[in-house]
Design a protein around this ligand. Structure first.
Ligand SMILES: Cc1ncc(COP(=O)(O)O)c(C=O)c1O
Length: 262
């Protein structure tokens, strides 16, 4: 399965003379240097992932866009050579277009900075200020939950919010046999200091009904827009559904999903 379908298209678009997209890391067996992208929790299915290419000579890039307490138990501090984050999944501010990286090798970090400089001619200052303020509020709310300025911990509120949505979705799915969802193992979250449940930003929904070949088309017929499994190198029985839409849309989605099963 391909994590994040835009990685292959981005790689191809660059037409790099050095690197080409080589497909799923599980079946990668070529000689020579390589870069492995590890997306954990994974987009689209939400499972925790580890590196798959079992040899030296490669660079690992960990995409931890969804490694936040509202989506997955924080089992340990992220301590990889190169780790990517984005404010879009941490807090939902996708339009700010800001991400950040933790990079151990200063030479690699310098090259990344140069690349950003050349490809953006400088990241929007407005966005930088906005992202800095967002992160400040979140850090304050987490360090001083309930304090006069900070309000409740952002991550606790978000955890409960996601838990409620996943419960509602599982209830809707379990009313019939038409669909199924992945089962996740709970784990101890070091950040929330409690056992917590994986509750991904996307639901990886499967049409179990034998008469349905293409789940995306079936759902589109019921005015539910999803991304089909083919975009991720998987069969059309699967679709990816966003769990982060506004309340109104999420409730409509549940209603329409329930109507298919009756
Ligand atoms: C795994 C993963 N990484 C990175 C991104 C990039 O996020 P953005 O472009 O919103 O910063 C996404 C967005 O869908 C994602 O799913």
């Amino acid at each position: 399965m391909i994590s994040l379908q835009s990685y292959p298209s981005m790689t191809d678009y660059l037409k790099s003379g050095l690197y080409k997209w080589a497909g799923d890391a599980r079946s990668f067996d070529k000689e020579g240097p390589y870069i492995e992208l590890v997306t954990s929790p994974n987009n689209p299915d939400g499972f925790v992932r580890h590196s798959m290419v079992n040899r030296t000579g490669g660079i690992l890039v960990h995409d931890l866009a969804y490694y936040w307490p509202q989506y997955t138990p924080i089992s340990s501090a992220a301590d990889h050579d190169l780790t990517l984050f984005t404010v879009s999944k941490a807090t939902g501010h996708a339009g700010t277009r800001i991400g950040w990286a933790l990079v151990k090798d200063p030479e690699v970090a310098k090259k990344m900075i140069k690349f950003i400089e050349l490809s953006t001619i400088g990241v929007s200052r407005d966005s930088q200020l906005r992202a800095a303020r967002i992160l400040e509020v979140i850090i304050n709310s987490s360090q001083n939950p309930g304090g006069p300025e900070s309000g409740e911990s952002f991550f606790k509120i978000s955890y409960h919010f996601m838990a409620e949505r996943w419960q509602l979705l599982r209830e809707a799915v379990n009313k019939g046999r038409f669909f199924s969802l992945p089962d996740f193992q709970q784990g101890f979250c070091q950040f929330l200091n409690q056992v917590s449940q994986p509750q991904p930003a996307f639901a990886w929904l499967k049409c179990e009904d034998e008469g349905v070949e293409d789940c995306e088309s079936l759902l589109r017929g019921h005015k539910i827009l999803t991304r089909g499994g083919r975009s991720f190198g998987v069969g059309p029985k699967y679709v990816r559904v966003s769990m982060l839409d506004r309340d109104h849309n999420f409730n409509l989605f549940l209603k329409r999903l329930a109507s298919i099963q009756t």
